[in-house]
Design a protein around this ligand. Sequence first.
Ligand SMILES: Cc1ncc(COP(=O)(O)O)c(C=O)c1O
Length: 422
Amino acid sequence: MVRAEDILPKYWYNIIPDLPKPLPPPRDPQGADFSRIDLLRSILPKEVLRQQFTIERYVRIPEEVRDRYLSIGRPTPLFRAKRLEEFLKTPAKIYFKFEGATPTGSHKINTAIPQAYFAKEEGIEHVVTETGAGQWGTAVALAASMYSMKSSIFMVKVSYEQKPMRRSIMQLYGAEVYASPTMLTDFGRKILEQNPQHPGSLGIAMSEAIEYALKNEFRYLVGSVLDVVLLHQSVIGQETIAQLDYLGEEADILIGCVGGGSNFGGFVYPFIGNKRGSKYIAVGSAEIPKFSKGEYKYDFPDSAGLLPLVKMITLGKDYVPPPIYAGGLRYHGVAPTLSLLMKEGIIEWKEYTEREIFEAAKIFMQTQGIVPAPESAHAIKAVIDEAILARKEDEKKVIVFNLSGHGLLDLSNYESMMKRWG
Ligand SMILES: Cc1ncc(COP(=O)(O)O)c(C=O)c1O
């Protein structure tokens, strides 16, 4: 018998020492009035900051954090999507890692738990963050409650209005939730002065959360993009490798969706680091076209520019996504390590329209039964395309993808798509 604790890794995996080129480091803007790199010490919990800059390939997961991971159902299941294979008449085998199995419904809890743990260890009593669709905010609200800390969540205003249920969950876990832009921060007030109807964006909500944390001497928890988040998420890929080994399977094609890049990096990097798999596909949204239209350059992760500049593929820190778009993946940039691996041609990319991902989500629901998060439906669309290609080329590929979340709290998104396309 294989026990859960045997599959759950003891270390997080850091891809930075295994990159084909040195990672351009975070830096301060030239002639800046203050150092963003110094400011990080007041923004992030100390141990989170230390791990952000670690060059170690493996970082030990504290036993306390492993226990929490086990208690929320890690390792998450690896399913074979047999009915999807049959529906597509593909000779390929399709597997998916189901991160929607955690209590909050997505992978985001994998980094919320250690960050909250490190904050608590340091004596912090209150943590702050931003959220778009609400998956990250929910994860932080739960992780904060695990360690008896308060949490404040700045939720992008359009989502706050369209996603009252996510707001309820966060509040039930004990969080305070604000619709960003708010009047609580200088940056929020500035945005509202220019446009009182501003729908908000992740970049703005991030800046507000950081400013609010700094003013009150709380700490900010970061949900994606930074290296430390992708480090924590590496439990996903390491478990998947152990689960495939148990089944005697070797993955050929690995697929994940990309917002800031955390579920993708967490899932795929352990494969790249172990030289497993031959094709890695990062999937984004055609409506927020950062892969096809973004530039690879130094840019701020947040709109106010409170964090250091990082080199990434970006649509620009002030990017505001189309407000009617219901597919998620709205963030303007791509994690620096992922940007580098894409530029080096090690990771391929695809972008799909909202309508395409909606059709893919329906196929997945009607074959596998799980309602996917709209974000994850981007990965499903690429899986379907690869499975069809395998049929045309008559190749028995093994396709493995990360189902980063379930969509049970995204039914309003699907309703909006159904109204448009049935
Ligand atoms: C279910 C789900 N998948 C994917 C993402 C994209 O984020 P990331 O690229 O950091 O995994 C999000 C973002 O909130 C999400 O909620």
